[in-house]
Design a protein. Structure first.
Lengths: 268, 269
């Protein structure tokens, strides 16, 4: 399968409407082709996230921007339709997508992209527009991350935790969710991932105190091990005290205890 | 539609093996399903087939015999406290074994496109083969073995080893393998595009993938009480493979990490 064919079929692959043979071909192709893989990943993420978008009331500014972009999109479609024959691949894709319950959300995403494109053609976006766009993108990443971290599938929650690293300034809701995952998630692997994400945010006071408190509540030896790394990096008297408690606890795994002792030496 | 099967294992005596396997199907057999099994004591073996049915075989090994009850002398043993409950609803099947004492091993055949959530607490290994889907596997004391699977795998074993051979990965999906004491030995298709995070506190890391190191997280070392030099506590290596992609974690505290490329014949190199 070549890239042109693969890209025509990727939307149908995501919609689950491909025959098994074509599905396997797409999987094989995207495993080896970086560009098509990137396209698949990007579209998949968009579909996945927009499908479970949290119900939030748009503020006035967002509504204004949206209707402006929608208008641009409609103008763009009318302009591009004049004197052009429809192309089979995209037309077929549009037909499929338009029947999807996600269509309004996909339309909004497409509108955003087209709005950008039109803006670029008209002489480039202004600095203010770029700032707004950056903010919108950051807000979208935040919502994607929060949405994924609440999912039933551990693989989704793992991806959600990874998304936090793309946020410049995670807000309290994101931090609370991360700390909750660190303490309660049913999957040790997801908890490990949350410990790593919080390690990188350890300069924030609420994260520091959350990590120090969390060590005594962990029942997984491997997560305890990851938290020792966090506490050594935090390097405060509270962190040292928490390590001492872990060492004194009879239930602590001998390997974890050895690591905690080494950690305590690094702090002192 | 919700279907519930409760099998009272009245004859669940030592060395018991149910002669007739329990068979059931997903509500919509033409679509991928999900199987959830959480065992307190025992092993779980799941293998994918081309059929539409789930087939459950139960085995109670002789070694799990309880001490003889002297009060029961001369009486026939009719029931133990063990029951198997299977609930299927909306293509999600859940199996519970209600027994804390008796070791109960389950051997389950599933349609190939099945996602799995399997955990075993006290004893027993988890073995999965020939399945496509998302897999969450957790074994407290035993090993985890994954063969000829495609999809995404999150595997954690506390005391055991993890051995996994993936013939395909779901694009964009993270993978994660972690153990406290055992080795992590994972074989992946050579064309896989990912960011590897490899971390072993006291062990070694090996791979035959062409990797492009993107960073390390090694804290400063110092001498311990016996004067031995100890490399920093944190020892994580980050590398892109085939240009990078979703994160694949390989973590062990004490064991070694082996990441291998799958040869074209489907075997480890």
């Amino acid at each position: 399968m070549n890239c042109d064919v693969a890209r025509t079929l990727i939307p149908e692959y995501l919609a689950g409407s491909l025959a098994r043979g074509e599905m396997l071909q797409i999987q094989a192709h995207t495993t080896s082709c970086r560009n098509c893989y990137a396209e698949l990943e990007s579209l998949e993420q968009t579909w996945r996230t927009l499908g479970e978008w949290p119900d939030e009331e748009p503020d006035e500014r967002m509504s204004r921007n949206f209707y402006h972009m929608l208008e641009s999109f409609q103008q763009g479609i009318q302009a591009s339709d004049r004197g052009k024959q429809p192309v089979r691949g995209p037309d077929r894709w549009f037909h499929r997508v338009s029947r999807s319950p996600l269509f309004p959300a996909v339309l909004a995403a497409a509108t955003l992209m087209l709005g950008l494109l039109l803006g670029g053609r008209a002489g480039g976006p202004r600095a203010g527009d770029m700032d707004n766009l950056r903010n919108d993108l950051s807000e979208m990443t935040r919502l994607v991350s929060l949405s994924l971290m609440e999912k039933e599938s551990a693989a989704d929650r793992l991806n959600g935790v990874r998304y936090v690293s793309r946020l410049e300034k995670p807000d309290n809701r994101v931090l609370d969710t991360l700390l909750r995952i660190l303490e309660n998630d049913s999957s040790v692997n997801v908890r490990l991932s949350a410990a790593e994400a919080l390690y990188h945010l350890r300069d924030l006071p609420e994260v520091r105190s959350g990590l120090v408190l969390s060590l005594s509540r962990q029942d997984s030896a491997l997560v305890q091990s990851a938290l020792i790394d966090c506490l050594v990096a935090i390097n405060t008297p509270d962190a040292a005290e928490s390590l001492e408690e872990l060492i004194a606890d009879r239930e602590t795994d001998p390997l974890v205890k050895e690591k905690a002792e080494l950690g305590l030496m690094e702090i002192q | 539609m919700r279907t519930t099967l409760i099998i009272l294992l009245a004859g669940l005596l030592p060395a018991f093996a149910q002669d007739d396997p329990i068979t059931f199907s997903y509500t919509r057999p033409d679509q991928p399903g999900k199987l959830i099994v959480r065992l307190n004591n025992g092993g779980i073996q799941v293998s994918g087939t081309d059929g539409d049915e789930l087939i459950v075989n139960i085995d109670v090994p002789k070694s799990s015999a309880k001490p003889k009850d002297s009060k029961a002398e001369g009486l026939r043993h009719l029931a133990s406290g063990t029951a198997l409950e299977i609930v299927e609803e909306d293509n999600v099947a859940e199996i519970h074994v209600k027994s804390h004492e008796t070791t109960t091993n389950l051997n389950i055949q599933v349609p190939r496109r099945t996602s799995l959530v399997l955990s075993t607490h006290r004893n027993g290994n988890i073995a999965v083969s020939d399945v496509t889907g998302d897999m969450e596997l957790e074994a407290h004391a035993g090993d985890i073995s994954v063969k000829n699977v495609s999809g995404s795998v999150l595997a954690h074993s506390l005391r055991g080893e993890i051995t996994a051979t993936l013939t395909g990965v779901t694009p964009g999906r993270a993978q994660s393998f972690s153990t406290l004491q055992g080795d992590v030995d994972v074989t992946l298709p050579p064309s896989v595009a990912a960011e590897f995070c490899m971390e072993s506190q006291f062990g070694e890391v090996f791979t035959d993938f062409e990797i492009e190191m993107t960073g390390t997280r090694i804290s400063g070392g110092k001498r311990d009480r016996n004067g031995r030099f100890q490399l920093g506590l944190e020892k994580a290596l980050y590398a892109n493979v085939n240009g990078g992609g979703p994160r694949f974690d390989f973590k062990s505290l004490k064991g070694n990490i082996y990441i291998r490329t799958l040869s074209s014949s489907g075997s480890k190199k």
